[in-house]
Write a protein of this length. Structure first.
Length: 261
C-alpha cells in the first residue's frame, strides 16, 4: 500500500503534464544570473532511490514510459531543452522543489535521483546535473535542463541543442523512508520516547535502526521530532507493525525531501 501511494503521488507530480497547479499558463525566462561561475556543478553520489517519482511504469499524453531499474553506464544522444519560471517553486516528480537556479534536470526514464554529465555535441561544453524530475514530453527531446544548467551550456537563448548524456551515478536500488513517532516540546519526553523506540526496533529487521531527535523551531517553541531512519522501504511495513503493536499507531512516514518541513 505504501508503494502504491508513492506511485499515485508520483504520477500527479510529473512536471510534463499541464495541470492547474501552475499559476502561469506559459513558461518564461527567469531573471538573469549575475555570475554563472558561482553556481557549482553538483558532486555525483549514489543517493537512495527516491520514494516518489519512480513508478515502474507511467503514462503521459497517451504514451507509456518505463523507469529504468539500473542506469549505471547509460548514455543517450538527442536534443536538450530547458524549463523555467512556470515550474519554479513547484514540486518535482520526486517531491523536491524545483529551483531554476540549481543544477538539475528532468528525464523520462532515468531513476531518480541520477547524476548525469550533459555535453553539447556542437561545442564540447559540458555540465553535471542532478536529475530529479520527469520530462521533457516533447517529441525528440531527451532531457530538460534547469535554467542555470542551460546558461552554463549556452542553450538558454536558442532553447535547444544537440547533446550526449552520460550517467555518472545512479541511485541505490531501494528507496529509504523515515518514521516519525512524535514531535514533542519537552526535550526530556522526547528522550524517553527515543529510548522506548530504540527498544522496540532493536529486534525488527536489521535491528540497528537509527532513532534520533531532530529539533525544529516552530514559532515560540521548539519541537523535538523523534524519528527512525533512514529505513529501506522493504523494511518499513515490519517496523510500522511493531510500532502499532506498542501503541504508536499515528506514526508518520517521511521521504527525504520532507525532513525539514
Amino acid at each position: 500500500m505504501i508503494r502504491g501511494l508513492a506511485v499515485l503521488v508520483s504520477l500527479v507530480l510529473l512536471h510534463g503534464c499541464a495541470t492547474s497547479r501552475y499559476q502561469h499558463a506559459n513558461d518564461f525566462t527567469p531573471a538573469p544570473i549575475a555570475d554563472i561561475k558561482a553556481i557549482a556543478d553538483p558532486v555525483p553520489v549514489s543517493e537512495p532511490r527516491s520514494s516518489l517519482g519512480n513508478p515502474s511504469r507511467y503514462r503521459v499524453l497517451g504514451k507509456d514510459y518505463e523507469v529504468m531499474k539500473d542506469a549505471e553506464g547509460f548514455t543517450q544522444e538527442g536534443i536538450a531543452s530547458w524549463y523555467g519560471m512556470k515550474f519554479h517553486g513547484h514540486d518535482t516528480s520526486n517531491g523536491e522543489t524545483f529551483d531554476v537556479y540549481k543544477m538539475t534536470a528532468a528525464h523520462k526514464t532515468l531513476p531518480l535521483p541520477s547524476y548525469v554529465k550533459v555535453t553539447r555535441k556542437d561545442t564540447g561544453q559540458s555540465v553535471i546535473v542532478r536529475v530529479n524530475d520527469r520530462g521533457p514530453f516533447h517529441e525528440g527531446r531527451i532531457i530538460d535542463l534547469s535554467y542555470a544548467a542551460a546558461v552554463k551550456l549556452n542553450i538558454h537563448n536558442d532553447g535547444t541543442a544537440p547533446v550526449k548524456i552520460e550517467v555518472l551515478k545512479a541511485p541505490l536500488s531501494e528507496a529509504v523512508l523515515w518514521i516519525q513517532a512524535g514531535a514533542l516540546s519537552n526535550p526530556g519526553s522526547a528522550e524517553r520516547l527515543r529510548e522506548k523506540l530504540s527498544e522496540i526496533t532493536a529486534n525488527v529487521g536489521a535491528g540497528d535502526w537509527t532513532v534520533g531527535i531532530y529539533p525544529k523551531e516552530k514559532g515560540d517553541i521548539t519541537l523535538h521530532r523523534v524519528r527512525i531512519g533512514p529505513v529501506p522501504e522493504s523494511e518499513v511495513p515490519a517496523l510500522i507493525e511493531a510500532l502499532n503493536n506498542e501503541g504508536f499507531a499515528k506514526s508518520v512516514l517521511l521521504s527525504q525531501h520532507q525532513l525539514e518541513r
